[in-house]
Design a protein. Structure first.
Length: 174
């Protein structure tokens, strides 16, 4: 692979060029995890955050970057997923089942997203993320998920497609 030319770089994001193609990359991570978590009560656990690039609130599966912080360098994908689930939602997973690994946006970034299905959940705290994050945790009954999504969209929020992908990959029909 040719060495990319650095066009611009900050602590969190860089813009690079190979040949005629410009793309972005995170200097500290090329991987992200997303976690499908369903409670024993058949509620999907989703998170909501204001996403600056979208200038809107986005409903998502719990997620995070892999190895982007020094203390988590070398952490496995599954361990990253466990940590992010606990930080964002307050749930600890007994089992973390890989669902898929896929390019996040192959024409724009080198990042891959690894989706997991968290099982055997135990609630330890209220979640909400770490310092600097403002995460709202939602528990949504699977039986009412489609209507809940419609209501959220009507309120101006965006729904991340990874929710649908993770449900389909886990064989959960809503």
């Amino acid at each position: 692979m040719p060495t990319p030319e650095t066009l611009f770089e900050t602590r969190w994001l860089g813009l690079y060029r190979i040949g005629h193609w410009d793309f972005v990359r995170r200097p500290n991570s090329d991987a992200a995890v997303g976690i499908l978590a369903i409670t024993p009560e058949q509620e999907i656990i989703l998170v909501e955050q204001f996403r600056i690039p979208m200038q809107r609130h986005v409903i998502e599966v719990p997620a995070g970057l892999v190895g982007d912080e020094v203390e988590f360098a070398g952490e496995s994908l599954a361990d990253s997923a466990r940590r992010e689930l606990l930080e964002e939602t307050g749930y600890r997973a007994g089992t973390m089942v890989p669902l898929i690994a896929s390019p996040t946006s192959a024409g724009m970034t080198s990042e891959s997203t690894h989706l997991f299905h968290a099982k055997d959940l135990v609630r330890e705290n209220g979640g909400g993320g770490v310092a600097g994050e403002d995460i709202i945790v939602h528990h949504v009954p699977l039986s009412g998920l489609r209507q809940w999504f419609a209501d959220q969209e009507a309120a101006g929020k965006l729904i991340d497609f990874k929710i649908h992908a993770a449900l389909w990959l886990a064989g959960i029909n809503v």
